[in-house]
Design a protein around this ligand. Structure first.
Ligand SMILES: [Fe+2]
Length: 164
């Protein structure tokens, strides 16, 4: 993890705590950037009777993921750890399965996105305890991320109907 050259004026964490918290924040940033890229892909390729509402909803989700990623990245910088949200770093580290380059029916978009969002939420939840041991302010950022992702997960799940 790339640390700032000078430790002067940085929050009073140990180098270990700083690097480990930065590593967790970087992993969440990667997930959020990749979610935002996936969201745009689905925004472009959704078809079907619910095209318009999903097309618009996907842009709202992308905006949310970009804003959350910004918060996560800036928390890393505040700690003195440089984040990397560039395509190479995201492609190398992301665990989110890509979708094929084709059109997707609206109900398939909701199902596929719900599935991937649930996996990302679970990963964020799995980092909470460890980050809390390192830095409570970073944990607070991840709690904000998790709360937003799980709300989105609920809303997408509701669109799947009672058979989901
Ligand atoms: Fe658009």
């Amino acid at each position: 993890m790339a640390s700032l050259a000078s430790s002067a004026q940085l929050p009073s964490l140990s180098t270990h705590e700083r690097d480990e918290a930065g590593r967790e924040l970087q992993a969440v940033l990667v997930d959020l950037v990749d979610l935002s890229l996936l969201g745009k892909q689905l925004h472009w390729t959704v078809v079907g009777p619910h095209f318009r509402s999903l097309h618009l909803q996907l842009d709202e989700l992308v905006d949310s993921w970009r804003a959350l990623g910004d918060t996560v990245a800036e928390r890393a910088v505040a700690l003195g750890v440089m984040p990397d949200g560039q395509s190479g770093a995201v492609a190398a580290a992301s665990e989110i399965a890509p979708v094929d380059r084709r059109a997707f029916e609206d109900h398939v978009v909701v199902r596929e996105l719900t599935h991937r969002l649930a996996e990302v939420s679970d990963r964020v939840r799995g980092r909470l305890e460890r980050v809390g041991e390192l830095d409570l302010a970073s944990q607070d950022v991840l709690i904000e991320v998790l709360r937003a992702l799980e709300e989105q997960q609920w809303m997408l799940r509701a669109q799947l109907g009672s058979g989901a």
